[in-house]
Design a protein around this ligand. Structure first.
Ligand code: PMP
Length: 363
């Protein structure tokens, strides 16, 4: 390292007011049995066939990955009933969101999103010189689409919808999204972040099949990090009109989707893997219902959740509750003076969450 101080290095002024991304805390490695329920990860390792494909791919990892990721984009196109040209990949869907901001948001342009939502949004927008227009959630932790539509101005280039919403849990219906889209100017991109889609009740999940035929400005953001359990491999994608998908691939980091990440993602799209993943999603939904029912019995009133997490709107008591859980072996994620999010994790962790939530009420 140079011993010259870097004080004179010119950094962009946009960085000065940027919020920090606070990752979910790891469980302390102090020998005690602890559970990490702070990052909405899968508590399970990648499924065997997916792991095997990733490991096998390492034999070719002296070569750069297929930059166009053709095989994977074809498979994803098949899954979504779109052309491969409508799929854009990167190192996780957070990176794809960043690509989207880079592709459509210039200095001083506005990006409208609900707040509280995924904490990367204001960072991605601010770091590219955009202006975050944060529209408060309703009292039930839902997007206020009326207010979001009203927040769109001539400077708006992008709207981010998060469904199910992280960290609160509620989702948007097809009718709500269609109605919203009919009120957004066609030159404004609407990204729908569906990182938690697979945990949603399939009977009522957002219908996306016809969206691209009717709305050229829609982008779906998807990830392999949650249900597929590939958070550590970093791969996510967008489904969009070919013109938008091309724009994303123009600005993305070259070779972002690594060899093992592409191999694992591809293997997880195989029918047998899809069946196993569907069973995992079903298990998470059942655990979520069990946890929410037990908490309701204790007297908690929590927002509905369609994700792999539940949210405690504890306001000023948030940090205290997270510390209370921490001291009892469960690592949760506190959001300022708003609330605390708990990931639906392995069964023992979920049992512990119920126990801790009960103890908190009786303390
Ligand atoms: N979108 C939302 C709403 C998320 O909660 C997360 C992960 N916390 C992501 C995107 C990022 O996922 P990825 O690992 O694919 O970058």
């Amino acid at each position: 390292m140079s011993d010259q101080p870097a004080e004179n290095v010119r950094l962009r002024s946009a960085l000065e007011n940027l919020p920090a991304y606070v990752p979910g805390k790891p469980a302390a490695d102090d020998g005690a049995r602890r559970f990490k329920a702070s990052s909405n990860e899968s508590p399970f390792s990648p499924i065997a066939a997916v792991r095997a494909a990733a490991v096998a791919s390492l034999d070719g990892a002296n070569r750069y990955p297929d930059a166009a990721a053709l095989q994977l984009r074809e498979a994803l196109g098949g899954k979504h009933g779109v052309e491969p040209a409508q799929i854009a990949l990167s190192t996780g869907s957070v990176a794809v969101s960043g690509d989207l901001v880079r592709a459509v948001v210039g200095e001083g342009d506005e990006v409208v999103f609900a707040w509280r939502s995924f904490e990367a949004y204001p960072i991605l927008v601010g770091s590219h010189g955009g202006i975050s227009v944060q529209v408060p959630l309703t009292a039930h932790g839902e997007h206020d689409l009326e207010a979001m539509a009203a927040a769109i101005t001539e400077r708006t280039r992008l709207v981010l919808l998060c469904t199910p919403n992280n960290p609160t849990g509620p989702s948007l219906s097809t009718d709500q999204v269609e109605d919203f889209l009919s009120r957004v100017p066609e030159d404004v991109v609407v990204a729908i972040d569906e990182a938690y889609r697979e945990f949603h009740d399939p009977a009522t999940v957002l219908g996306t099949a016809g969206l691209f035929r009717r709305h050229g400005n829609v982008v779906l953001l998807r990830t392999f990090s949650k249900l597929q359990g590939l958070a550590g491999l970093r791969i996510g994608y967008a489904v969009a009109h070919p013109r938008l998908a091309r724009a994303l691939s123009q600005v993305t980091v070259p070779f972002g989707a690594s060899v093992p990440a592409q191999a694992a993602a591809l293997a997880s799209l195989e029918p047998a893997a899809q069946e196993e993943l569907a069973r995992r999603a079903e298990w998470v939904r059942a655990e979520r219902s069990r946890v929410l029912a037990a908490l309701a019995e204790q007297g908690w009133q929590l927002p509905v959740s369609e994700g792999n997490f539940v949210y405690f709107p504890l306001g000023e008591q948030s940090a205290e509750f997270a510390e209370f859980a921490d001291a009892r072996g469960l690592v949760l994620r506190a959001y300022g003076v708003e609330g605390v999010r708990a990931t639906i994790a392995e069964q023992e962790a979920n049992d512990l969450l119920i126990e801790i939530a009960g103890a908190w009420r009786e303390r």
